[in-house]
Ligand binder design. Structure first.
Ligand SMILES: [Zn+2]
Length: 147
């Protein structure tokens, strides 16, 4: 027998936090330009997406003021992996290789039949009509035939 009684409860705790200069610029570009930016490390030349204030490969700090380090990436890429079970909203959490990036973008894939999903599937971003400056300004990545 447990010493103390336990109660099961859910806590809804909405909060806001500052994301910093690099992420702010990244999110504003999603909202205002519908552009996905990565940052290039001037030490190892790897491009990370979303844009980062440091290189996750060699740990070098990336100065977000140096515009040459900001790389506008295409809104298309390749499906690398995904969860077999869809989220409540019907999308599948996915890892996507955007062309020009050296890491994988965690986002979601959808607006298609699940049986179509396979590694190497060509995807393109589907944007919200009215953007808010969040990663969900991209509704999902959806399959697209290569031209
Ligand atoms: Zn680096």
């Amino acid at each position: 027998m447990k010493k103390y009684q336990q109660l099961r409860a859910s806590v809804h705790l909405p909060f806001s936090f500052a994301v910093g200069a690099t992420a702010s610029r990244f999110y504003r570009a999603l909202r205002d330009e519908k552009t996905i930016y990565g940052t290039r490390c001037d030490n190892c030349q790897r491009v990370s997406v979303p844009a980062r204030s440091f290189c996750s490969h060699c740990c070098k700090t990336i100065d977000h003021h140096q515009t040459g380090q900001w790389i506008a990436l295409p809104e298309y890429g390749t499906l690398i992996g995904w969860c077999e079970t869809p989220n409540k909203d019907g999308f599948f959490t996915a890892l996507i290789q955007l062309e020009g990036a050296d890491n994988l973008l965690l986002h979601r894939v959808g607006q298609c039949d699940a049986v179509l999903l396979h590694k190497g599937l060509h995807l393109r971003a589907a944007w919200k009509a009215s953007a808010a400056g969040t990663i969900t300004d991209i509704v999902c990545f959806k399959p697209e035939r290569r031209a």
